[in-house]
Every structure is written in structure tokens, then in C-alpha cells.
Design a protein around this ligand. Structure first.
Ligand SMILES: Nc1ncnc2c1ncn2[C@@H]1O[C@H](COP(=O)(O)OP(=O)(O)OP(=O)(O)O)[C@@H](O)[C@H]1O
Ligand SMILES: Nc1ncnc2c1ncn2[C@@H]1O[C@H](COP(=O)(O)OP(=O)(O)OP(=O)(O)O)[C@@H](O)[C@H]1O
Ligand SMILES: [Mg+2]
Ligand SMILES: [Mg+2]
Lengths: 225, 225
């Protein structure tokens, strides 16, 4: 469902260049649960933004469900993204003046789904925030904002979910509750990729892909205990 | 150096009230290294904002180095804060259009310190970001932004450092490098409080204070292995 070959991404800043991705290839089958790990600055978020159709590589190919993402217009890209992907950003990317329930509801309003408000409330209940539905981001704790972002990524029932460090601001117990949601979605057939710095989160997935300095240095199945 | 007694903090939102702190008392001696833990939403950041003189409790007293913070004007509070505290925010709080070197330099410019640019560069080198000095926040990875915030909290050489989840966005190895900086500063006599969700970070401190639902539920010395 995701086929990436020889992707490069270089940021140009004044007269310096940062080679964030130096030729990355990866193939992910539908229904896999993959952890992406690696040091701070190794290219994980850059890679997730390309997978999530939020950015385009400088070279290489990316086939999403057989569609060549590089050949798409911006509108087509946005349409593919909204239909196929749920994305949890590392910095949450919530709308600052918007209540939690509305943040979660919006993707469904855009896709014309029915019962948007009811389904948004269910998603908030699922991440443990039913009693914070009317709070805006600055009236929520860091981990609560992160959970609003997770609820928002799930509501359109996308086949692929990308999470960039979705448990980074959560205590161990709350992090396990969120991980259990991802595991349940994966058992239901969804393809899930999460960037994580926590080895015990990665051990709950099927496969660990490690980045270092813009390259994939290892890609291994997780031995089930 | 920090003496908090029966502090309460309630957020009012429309017709609901959120009791973020329900009577918190804590005493910290100069030179201690304390970890603050607890579930998402339990009141840790609210407490850190009060300790960091960024917010005032609704009731209770807070003596910082013998000074009653409650009795201070806003200007006096800002002055005490700039002199005594280094603060690493959970959401970094970096200036969006400002290069990393400038972010770190600014606290010294305000306090009239000499060699601000040189000392800022040293602080960035210490957190491993010498080659990212000219990058703005949106040109840095999540963990790199966090490290800029850490470098900024250290430059004025404050006696007390408060970090709200300072390693949340860092991989294990980079997180250990940052923790080693805090340990070094503590051995040099600084008082350090860090909120963390990671048990192995907390085990590197001397004392673990646990929050739950706006109260401190345990406060224990760490057994040194
Ligand atoms: N400005 C605000 N208005 C209303 N409620 C707030 C506000 N800020 C925080 N809260 C609420 O107060 C409670 C405590 O928040 P706080 O940020 O202190 O938690 P925390 O322990 O730091 O959590 P986390 O580990 O997720 O960062 C939360 O339930 C949150 O929803
Ligand atoms: N817009 C940009 N302009 C210039 N450099 C950038 C930009 N965005 C990222 N970088 C650089 O590209 C490299 C990869 O960044 P990326 O965000 O992908 O890392 P990461 O693996 O997600 O790190 P972290 O774990 O800290 O979030 C970093 O060294 C960063 O400084
Ligand atoms: Mg990242
Ligand atoms: Mg917090």
C-alpha cells in the first residue's frame, strides 16, 4: 500500500544545505503496524510528511495504493490525503481558538459525513477526553492536546494512520491506552505507522524501521514474546 | 529554597470549573534534583507555572528563597524570575521568526550580560546544535527545538532550573545527553525540577514527587543503585 523508492529531501537554508533524507526506500503492506525510530534530527518527521502527502520529495518515487504521488496536482494530493490518511503531528497542529469537539468534527464536516458531532464525541470519549470537549488547546494539558489530535486523525476512518510521536506527552498508563487503540485499529485491518522514541511502544508493533542521518539503517520484524 | 503550602488553582471555563491543584504543599532544599511525575492532566504543568512565577495560585503561599511570591507586583515577579529561574516549557515557547542562536542569546541581552553571542554559541554546542545556530524553529526537528529551549534556560546561569518534560521529544541517547547536563548542573549546586513521564529519567534524580488529580500522592527519595 506504501511503496517508497530512493527518496531524497534536501532543505536549502541560505548557503547551507541540510540533506534530511539521502535515498530512502521502504515497502509497507496493507495492514502492517510499523514503528519508526532514530535519533533526533535523523529525518523521521521529514519522511512522515512525505508519506502523509504533506510534502514532496526532491527525487525518488512514492506509490500510495498504486497511485504515483509525485504526478499529482495539489488538489488531487489533498483529496487522496483526506480519503486515505489520518495524521497525528508531532506538534499536534490544533486550531488555537477551536474547542476540542470542533477540532475532531472538522475532518468529517469537510468530507460531508453524517452525525459528525456524535462521532466526534465518541472519538473524544475513546481517548479519555469526554469531559474536556469544550476546552480550547490552551485550556488543555500537553497530553490532552495530543489526544485531541489523535481523536481527530481517527474520525474519518482512514485506511492508513500516521502518528509522529503520538505518545510523547503522555504518561505510561495513558500512553498504553492510546497504543491499545492503535492495536485495535490494526487488528481491524488499518495500516499504522508511528514514530516513537520509546522502545516499549515499538515492541508492541510488528516491525521496527530505524533512521540515522537521513537513511534507513535497519528494518526488522519484532519477535513476539 | 522553594516552600509551597496549600496551593490551590482552579480554572473557570464558562459554567464549569477545573480544579487543577487542590491543596499542594512541597518543600525543596537548595541543590536538590527532583522529578515530578503523574498522569496526563494531573496538574504538573499548572504547578510548574506557579513555581516558575508565570502564574499565581488562587490560595496558599509560595516562598521562593524566602520571598513571598504572592506579595509581589508583576514587575517584581518578572525580575525575580529572570534572576533566579531557567524554564523549559512543555511546548518549547520559541519565537517563530528567530534563529536558534538569537533565541538563546536573548535572556542575556535582557540581563545585560557580556559576550552574549559567544555564550549562546557555547550553550548550543553543549546541547549538540552548533550546526543549527541559524535555523528558525520551523527549520528544526521537534527534538532540536526542545534542545534550543533547554540551551536558552541555562544561559543566564540561574540557581534554579525548571524543565517541563525536557526530554519528551528526544530519542533515548539524546535524552541521556540532556539528562547528563542536568546532573552536571546539579552537582555544581543548582536546584533542578523536571517533569517527566519516563521512569528511567526519574531514577536519575534524587527524589520523585507524584501528582494525581491535582494533589501530591507520594514524595520519595530515589534509592541509589
Ligand atoms: N487554561 C486552562 N483552562 C481550563 N482548564 C485548564 C487550563 N489549563 C489546564 N487546564 C486543565 O487543568 C488540568 C491540569 O492541566 P496541566 O497542564 O497542569 O496537566 P499536566 O499534568 O501538565 O498534564 P500533561 O502531562 O498532559 O502535560 C487539565 O485537566 C487541563 O484540562
Ligand atoms: N524546514 C527546514 N529547513 C531546514 N532544515 C530543516 C527543516 N526541517 C527540518 N530540517 C532539518 O532536517 C533534519 C531532519 O529533521 P526531522 O524533523 O525530519 O527530524 P526528526 O527525525 O523528526 O527529529 P525529532 O526526533 O527531533 O523530531 C534536522 O536536522 C533538521 O534540522
Ligand atoms: Mg520529528
Ligand atoms: Mg503538562
Amino acid at each position: 500500500i506504501i511503496q517508497v523508492e530512493y527518496v531524497h529531501k534536501t532543505y536549502v537554508l541560505g548557503d547551507t544545505q541540510v540533506h534530511a533524507l539521502r535515498g530512502v526506500s521502504l515497502q509497507i503492506e496493507a495492514g502492517e503496524f510499523v514503528a519508526i525510530m532514530g535519533p533526533s534530527g535523523s529525518g523521521k518527521s521529514t519522511f512522515m510528511n512525505i508519506l502523509g502527502c504533506l510534502d514532496i520529495p526532491d527525487s525518488g518515487t512514492y506509490l500510495l495504493d498504486g497511485i504515483d504521488v509525485g504526478g499529482q496536482t495539489d488538489d488531487e494530493l489533498a483529496e487522496v490525503r483526506n480519503r486515505k490518511m489520518g495524521f497525528v503531528f508531532q506538534s499536534f497542529n490544533l486550531l488555537s481558538r477551536t474547542a476540542a469537539i470542533r477540532q475532531v468534527e472538522l475532518p468529517m464536516v469537510y468530507s460531508g459525513a453524517k452525525d459528525a458531532r456524535e462521532r466526534a464525541m465518541k472519538a473524544l470519549e475513546r481517548v479519555g477526553l469526554a469531559d474536556r470537549a469544550e476546552h480550547r488547546p490552551n485550556e488543555l494539558s500537553g497530553g490532552q492536546q495530543q489526544r485531541v489530535a489523535i481523536a481527530r486523525s481517527l474520525v474519518n476512518d482512514p485506511p492508513i494512520i500516521l502518528g509522529d510521536e503520538p505518545t510523547g506527552n503522555l504518561d505510561t498508563r495513558t500512553g498504553e491506552e492510546i497504543l491499545a487503540i492503535f492495536q485495535e485499529l490494526n487488528r481491524a485491518g488499518k495500516t499504522i505507522l508511528i514514530v516513537t522514541h520509546e522502545p516499549d511502544v515499538a515492541l508492541h508493533t510488528d516491525r521496527i524501521v530505524r533512521f540515522r542521518d537521513g537513511r534507513i539503517v535497519s528494518d526488522e520484524r519484532v519477535e513476539k514474546q
